[in-house]
Design a protein around this ligand. Structure first.
Ligand SMILES: Cc1cc2nc3c(=O)[nH]c(=O)nc-3n(C[C@H](O)[C@H](O)[C@H](O)COP(=O)(O)O)c2cc1C
Length: 184
């Protein structure tokens, strides 16, 4: 491969002690030969307003640039009320406008989700996949990473310690790298 695959990692939670941000950090810490994961912060994005879509605020321009320059996207998100959190939807909307200038088009993507219950955020994943149809993204199908009881998977310092989850995360990142290579 000629150059390293750049993966933009986005957490769907702004919470300081977010389990999903910790999961994303664990993924970003996996040593990879052909790829690197950069965490892209969405906390500074304004609420999308179509009044300014032809003259985007600087934070949105910067966010779109980071997405456009990435070869693949990794979404790591909780489920809020059976869907994705509003902050993640807002980031997706910000990156998608104006019409015809979406930063998401053609990007391969993988999704990890979790929950403090038993379902692992699966319903949020399917809403995200639905958005990816209109965004013309290319979601990775397998492996699926849906982490139940996510609060039990980290130590007191926030490190991912659950071996099964660690293995799944690694498997997904490696699969995303292969998938991105195929689509290049
Ligand atoms: C507004 C809100 C809605 C939620 N809705 C769901 C839900 O639909 N399904 C679920 O499994 N957990 C739900 N939860 C619980 C989250 O899984 C839990 O708060 C989780 O820790 C959030 O991820 P974070 O730690 O990365 O912030 C909800 C939490 C909030 C704050």
């Amino acid at each position: 491969m000629d150059k390293k695959i750049k993966i933009a990692g986005i957490s769907g939670s702004l919470r300081k002690e977010s389990f999903h941000t910790k999961l994303l950090k664990a993924a970003a810490g996996i040593p990879l030969e052909d790829a690197e994961i950069e965490i892209v912060d969405i906390s500074q994005l304004p609420l999308f307003n179509q009044d300014w879509e032809m003259n985007l605020p600087a934070s949105v321009v910067e966010f779109k640039k980071k997405i456009a320059e990435s070869d693949a996207i990794l979404f790591v998100t909780p489920e809020y009320n059976y869907s994705v959190p509003g902050v993640l939807k807002n980031a997706i909307d910000c990156g998608s406008r104006p019409y015809g200038e979406s930063a998401w088009s053609g990007k391969p993507a993988a999704i990890m989700s979790g929950s403090v219950g038993i379902f692992g955020g699966s319903r949020a994943q399917y809403h995200l996949r639905q958005m990816m149809v209109f965004l013309d993204m290319h979601p990775l199908n397998k492996p699926e990473v849906m982490v139940p009881m996510i609060q039990d998977k980290f130590d007191a310092s926030g490190n991912l310690t659950d071996e099964a989850t660690k293995a799944k995360v690694k498997e997904m990142i490696e699969a995303l790298v292969v998938w991105t290579g195929k689509l290049r």
